[in-house]
Each structure stands twice: as C-alpha cells, then as structure tokens.
Design a protein around this ligand. Sequence first.
Ligand code: SDX
Length: 438
Amino acid sequence: MKNEQERTGAETAELHVGGKPMRLVLEEPTAGDRGINIGRLRSETGLVTYDPGLANTASCRSAITYLDGENGVLMHRGYAIEDLAANCVFLEVALLLITGTLPNREERKQFTLLMNKNSMLHEGMIQFFDNYPENSHPMAILSAMVVSLSSFYPEIARFNGDLPLDETVTNLLSKMRTIAAFSYKKSIGEPFVYPSHKLYYCENFLNMMFSSPVADYQIDPVVEATLNKFLILHADHEQNASTTVVRGVGSSGTNLYASVAAGISSLWGPLHGGANQAVIGMLEDIRDSGKSIAQVVLQAKDRSNPFRLMGFGHRVYKTYDPRARIAKQTCRDLLTHLGISSDPLLDIAMELEETALADDYFREKKLYPNVDFYTGITYRAMGIPTNMFTVMFALGRLPGWIAHWLEMHNDPEQKLVRPRQIYVGQKPRPFVPIDERS
Ligand code: SDX
C-alpha cells in the first residue's frame, strides 16, 4: 500500500510508537508554522497529544490574519498592519477581514448606509439598561446585550454565514457600538444620545459618548482619526483566546450573536483584553504608591510574587508587538495635539518600558510591550473611562470575531470542538452509602 507521502506527495513526519513507525502528513502554509496533521493519531496509535493552552497546536486553517511573532509581523488578508493603520478607516478593515478584499468607494458607501440603517437599538432593549446597577461593568452589559440581540432579531438564529451577510453583520457591528456608548451614558446617569445618520462610525461613537443636551460637542478630527487607528489595531489577531472561544461556541451551531457574546466574556480577562484596563491600574498604583520603577520591575521578576507587568509579554510575539509601536507613537501625537505636554502615566509607562527592556529577565524571556501597554493612556486622553477600555478592545475585535465565525462555518473540515484529556483522577472504587461515610 502506498505510504502517506507517496499518496499525497506531501512531506511527512515519522512517529515511532511501540517500535512501529507512523507517517504523518505535514500541513504546508502560505507563511509561518508548518503543522503535523494528527487526524489519524488516536485511531492508529491510541495516543492523544497534550498541549496546555494549545501553545503548539493549530486548531484550524485560516486565511484571515498572519502573525510572525519572532519578527513582529502582523498582516490581515496579506496587508501589513502598518499600511492599514496609516491609510484606512476602521470599516474598510472590517470589510477586508469579513469579505477578504478592501472595499471600493461604492462598496464602502453602501456598507456605511447599512451601518446607519442598523445603528438603532430595539426600544425594548433600551429598558434593559434601567435594571443594571450604576456600577455594572460595561463588559457585563455588553455581553448580555449582544446575546439578547438574538431575541430581538430572531432571523440571526437562521444565519449560517450565507446572505444576507451584510444585514446580519452590520446589525451586529453597528448595534454593539450603540450598546457600548449607551452603557457609558448609563454609568454617568446621562440621557442616551441616539446614533445619527449624518455621522460616520467613529464620529457617531464619539457623539453618542460625549454629546449632551446641555453642551455643544464638536468632534475633534484628530481624536476621530486616533480612534479609527486604534480600532484597526485591535481588529483581529488570529487564534487568540476570545477568537478561539467564538469559533468553539459557533462550532456547536450557536448563532453568531451568542458566539460573539461568549468571546466578549473571554476578552474581559486581565490576561487578555482586560489587560488595557489593568495597565492603567498598575501605572496609577506606581504613581500613587511612590514605588520606584526598579522596585516594580524587581516585583515583576519575582516568581513567588503573582504581580506581572501588565501590557507586557505575549504568547506569540517574542519581539515588540507592531501594534504597540503604532499605539505608542499615536498616543504621543494625540497628547501633543490635545496640548497635554506631559502625562505622568505616559512618563511612567515609558520609563517602565525602558527599564524592563534593558533587564536580562525580560530580554531572556522575550517580554516586550504588547498592544495593551499604551492604549489605555490614549483612551484616557480621549475622555474614555478606564472601565470602558476593554469595551473599546471588543469594538475593535468584533470584525475579526465575525470573520473567524464565518470562516469556521464555511470550512468543510471544521467540526464540533471537543478536545481529549489526560485523565489523572481516581481509579475505579466501590460506592459508599451516605451513612457509611466519615
Ligand atoms: C492580548 O493572543 C493574542 O493575540 C492576544 C492579543 C490579541 O490581540 O488578541 O494580542 C491581546 O491579550 C495581549 C496580552 C495582554 N495581557 C497582558 O498584558 C497580561 C500580562 N502578560 C502576561 O500575563 C503574559 O505575558 C501572557 C498571558 C500575555 C502570555 O503568557 P504565556 O504565553 O502564557 O507565557 P507564560 O505566562 O508562561 O510566561 C512565560 C514566562 C514566565 O516565567 P517562567 O515561569 O518561565 O519563569 O514569562 C514570565 C512568566 O512568569 N512572564 C512575565 C510576564 N509575562 C510572562 N513576567 C512578568 N511580567 C509579565 N507581563
């Protein structure tokens, strides 16, 4: 019988189990890691692989985003993040991720019209906000509201990635932005500002956040451009934790809105999207405690201490996160534009970066600033409160989640996510009736 290589012509890896060789086909990528296809491993050897955190495991083939963690490369559908951040608005990148191509002017105009058409929330949903306590975290509201969209827009339940893609997608992209702004207004006890058909995506968000009946709000074009850029920087990042959750939840047949609601919950954690909020907390603590930067770095290196430098380190990037580089420069440009000659938190952040990057511990472990390190300082300068930072991350990541959910749905090889385990529990033991238990 022809072996795997002869049959497919693909290169293979050889695994020896119990003295018996097994050839496994290597998956060939466009770029980046090659993979050993272990689809037959258990059936032919009875073995499974063990890989906590799936750090060495490809869960799918994907054509959306490519990261080269060793060289600090990030591409969406083949375009470098630097080019997209410098030349696009967020909706263009959202369409690029979801459809695979950058829109032309007409396509962008049509999508903008759809975004406006779908920007209002069902009035029945607006009452939900009345029942949340004042101090509710906006990520809790966001996740609950997004899953509730499937009750108010039941056609989503039948959506499996076919048309009308535009309606379903713009409904989610547009309404999540409205929910985010409304949750902010709720938290400060101000009346909701409804979306306007006269404004583009970021202008609308800023207006819904900061306009009020008693003050004339002028949208600052530099703030709007900065917001566009920051949403682009967060738009997608291959198989990160929350995207893996969106794909996993969607793999059971759950609708797009409920899958995204699960992704929002995953993003909330301080090791993932919640880090941008944790960075500001860390910088404020350093400022208020008077701790020296050297003391903080020492604390971060102490393995017996759970403290870590938030906004530092990354599972994939083992060099400077290209998004952090753009975010740092954009942050400084915005502060200059706003006439903020010095921001104590930015000064602390930059000294922290300089000290850490000169330290052997960080250099040996290849720990660099990631996308979350400078974003909080920028959002704060825009007037966005700290507890909204991870919501901003979610607004940016939404097109990436949608693109991956669609790709998963349209991949003939994708199936229900159900990993195996290495069982380390009790061996079989006799049952003990309750009266005989100690
Ligand atoms: C995002 O996956 C993505 O793409 C995510 C993201 C996206 O766009 O979706 O890029 C967004 O989530 C960015 C990361 C945001 N999180 C943080 O900034 C939190 C702080 N960073 C860490 O907790 C950590 O770096 C992780 C969670 C981000 C990554 O950790 P890993 O890959 O699981 O690595 P690890 O925890 O095993 O750390 C390896 C070593 C350890 O030391 P040893 O046990 O080997 O002695 O590095 C140390 C860690 O203690 N380390 C740190 C550190 N991060 C790792 N030490 C101090 N400070 C840190 N921040």
